[in-house]
Design a protein around this ligand. Structure first.
Ligand code: SAH
Length: 349
């Protein structure tokens, strides 16, 4: 067997796994058993799969790779119990994921890539560049590992950690299929949010999948000129194109769009910014999430002051826009995207 033929077993859908079992001369029900061990019982190895014959486990070991994440570090917030996990992948790369406890259930924020190539100015995930895409299994593994480590069920998943999910589209879709599969963890599509910096063709493609997931757009600015200063992707797609893609997503899925707007002191938090944001948001069925920017030491962006944040929110509300200020979870534990991984890499080098 050549290296290319070795398949990543946890990235196979149940239908694909059934086909694989057939090819290996195994009965179809073995696929269901294996799938359950991987995606419901969250087994870390074939060794744990106590009701499977040894011969099958040997065949699987020869034929497939089996991904597992090694926890390297866990930080727990003393403020709100948020936990931040740093995991090592099989090839030694590191990813981080965050576990948050809300009234409506536990939420996990996962990474979709090792590093990021999008270059957003305020974000720590992109400072060391992009390494590689995560496999569907490696995205699932973050949720599985956290479920095992906390001993608590995860009910919400947000793809808002390191990386741009739309830049890893095919793997993202497989991940979503397996995560929401009734034979797997069976997480409701409505409890999943995918956040993008705004890769228009992929947003439109996602709309056509007609999933019930929430699409979050990282907007952060209200004119093309301002957005280009914060987010290089804005050089490729204009706000007009972005807003059209958002409307299209709503038209196809009936799901309200979320706009994420990180407030940066003196950069995008003025009255004019609020007025422009109202104009952008009004025609769309959307919800705005205001995030006080989490300053990173590599850049000199500062948070807007509390009164500016409240004034911004009030202005939107007065104009009938649905808006919340994102609670800042885990501020005491390198809460912002990519900070934990980066601080770990720095210490090692
Ligand atoms: N690439 C995707 C998902 C990862 S970033 C995206 O761009 O949406 C998740 C969210 O956190 C994005 O809205 C991003 O702009 C925001 N973000 C990143 N660094 C931040 C910081 N230092 N302070 C506040 N928000 C930040």
């Amino acid at each position: 067997m050549t290296q290319e033929n070795i398949q990543d077993i946890k990235s196979l859908t149940l239908a694909q796994l059934k086909e694989q079992m057939q090819e290996l001369g195994e009965k179809a029900f073995r696929a269901k058993q294996l799938y359950e061990w991987m995606h419901v019982k969250l087994a870390r190895s074939y060794g744990e799969m106590s009701n499977l014959p040894k011969s099958l486990k040997e065949k699987c070991t020869e034929t497939f790779t089996y991904t597992v994440l090694e926890p390297v570090k866990v930080q727990e917030s003393r403020i709100d119990g948020t936990k931040k996990f740093l995991f090592r992948l099989a090839d030694g790369n590191l990813v981080e994921s965050v576990w948050m406890r809300y009234k409506h259930g536990n939420s996990v924020c996962i990474s979709s890539q090792v590093g990021c190539k999008m270059g957003c100015r305020f974000c720590a995930s992109t400072l060391d560049g992009w390494e590689r895409n995560l496999l569907p299994s490696e995205m699932l593994d973050q949720i599985y590992a956290i479920t095992r480590l906390t001993g608590e069920r995860v009910s919400n998943v947000v793809v808002m950690g390191t990386g741009e999910p739309m830049d890893n589209y095919d793997n993202l879709l497989i991940f979503l299929r397996i995560l929401t599969d009734e034979n797997g963890l069976n997480i409701s599509q409505r409890n999943i949010t995918v956040s993008t910096c705004g890769i228009v063709p992929k947003m439109r493609k996602l709309a056509e999948e007609k999933l019930q997931i929430t699409l979050a757009l990282s907007l952060h600015a209200t004119t093309d000129e301002k957005r280009r200063k914060l987010m290089p992707i804005a050089n490729q797609y204009s706000l007009d194109e972005l807003m059209e893609a958002c409307a299209y997503y709503f038209e196809k899925t009936g799901r309200r769009i979320t706009f994420e707007y990180s407030l940066v002191g003196g950069v995008n938090d003025t009255k004019e910014d609020a007025s422009e944001l109202i104009e952008l948001a009004k025609p769309l069925c959307c919800h705005i999430n205001l995030i006080p920017v989490n300053p990173i030491k590599e850049r000199d962006y500062v948070q807007s002051d509390k009164t500016a944040i409240l004034a911004f929110k009030n202005k939107l509300e007065k104009n009938g826009i649905n808006v919340t200020i994102r609670r800042e979870m885990g501020r005491d534990i390198d809460g912002a995207c990519g900070q934990l991984r980066r601080s770990h890499i720095k210490k090692q080098s």
